[in-house]
Design a protein around this ligand. Structure first.
Ligand SMILES: NC(=O)c1ccc[n+]([C@@H]2O[C@H](COP(=O)([O-])OP(=O)(O)OC[C@H]3O[C@@H](n4cnc5c(N)ncnc54)[C@H](OP(=O)(O)O)[C@@H]3O)[C@@H](O)[C@H]2O)c1
Length: 261
């Protein structure tokens, strides 16, 4: 049996991807987030729930994810790590005029450094899978459509998500020859708690109701709708399926046409 690790697994895109991947034959999941209760609730909804493992930790702490993966309870020695969905992230503005509200470090430490920590802790385990005869391994990183734009008051979020594209390219240049394929996924609006919180704060700032801001944002998207978390899960499942061995170092835009490259 093979193992796939997912961060930010308790809710939203991570949870939908966990549900999708739990239905793949011969696959067990390591599910990471900070709030244990969200991971426990997710576990109840998964196929084969007894084979998956949940861990509450903060990815911005580089040691905690490294230590976790060496812990025998993860079962990685018996069940090689073949896929990593580095998806955990936080959103929201940072650079309001009031310095005490500046969330630059929090957002960069989670989205950029935390994803780097996840990759660096995982790569030795993906390399170990090669020694067990598994030729293709995968890392998918959740960046954002906002890696394609500049957005006022979101310097930390935009910088973190744009930085992830550099991380993906550099890691792909180094590890693709070893069969570790590394890509970014850039979603546009996805219907999750994070998106709802953003819409609410945009509505508050504009002095309008949530439903009116939601409609305004949907109207900007060429498809006229937000993506579902399940659509992102399907894309990850495809990347990890073994159907292709040639997509690496890419940023894959899945955004209803919000940005057309
Ligand atoms: N929704 C959108 O419109 C959209 C668009 C583009 C990109 N994205 C990206 O998609 C990813 C998933 O977001 P989502 O929309 O599914 O929102 P979400 O439901 O808020 O999911 C984010 C997850 O990350 C976890 N997390 C946050 N900080 C963490 C940390 N330091 N250590 C471990 N886990 C952490 C959260 O759980 P805990 O709080 O329990 O830790 C949560 O489960 C994020 O990277 C986000 O930036 C979302």
């Amino acid at each position: 049996m093979h193992t796939i690790l997912i961060t930010g697994a308790g809710t939203g895109i991570g949870a939908a991807t966990a549900r999708r991947l739990s239905s793949v034959n011969n696959t067990r999941l390591i599910l990471i987030g900070r709030r244990r209760i969200m991971l426990e609730n997710l576990l109840e909804t998964l196929d084969n729930k007894s084979i998956h493992r949940i861990y509450a930790l903060d990815i911005s702490d580089s040691e905690s994810i490294k230590e976790l993966l060496s812990n025998p309870s993860t079962g990685l020695e018996q069940h090689p790590l073949v896929g990593v969905f580095a998806n955990a992230g936080i959103g929201g503005p940072n650079d309001f005029d009031h310095k005490e509200q500046d969330r630059w470090s929090e957002i960069i430490n989670t989205n950029l450094t935390g994803t780097y920590n996840t990759c660096m802790a995982s790569i030795p385990w993906l390399q170990k899978a090669s020694s067990k005869g598994i030729t293709t391994k995968h890392i998918a990183i959740t960046s954002s459509c906002l890696a394609r734009f500049g957005v006022p008051n979101q310097t930390a979020y935009v910088t973190s998500k744009t930085g992830l594209l550099g991380l993906v390219r550099s890691l792909a240049a180094k590890y693709s020859r070893e069969g570790i394929l590394i890509n970014a996924i850039n979603p546009g609006w996805v219907d999750t708690e994070m998106a709802r919180a953003s819409i609410q704060s945009m509505a508050d700032e504009a002095g309008i109701e949530f439903k009116d801001m939601l409609q305004e944002q949907k109207d900007i998207v060429p498809t006229g709708r937000f993506s579902s978390p399940e659509e992102i899960g399907e894309l990850v499942a495809f990347l990890f399926s073994g159907a292709q061995q040639s997509i690496t170092g890419q940023a894959i835009d899945i955004n209803g046409g919000s940005w057309m490259g």
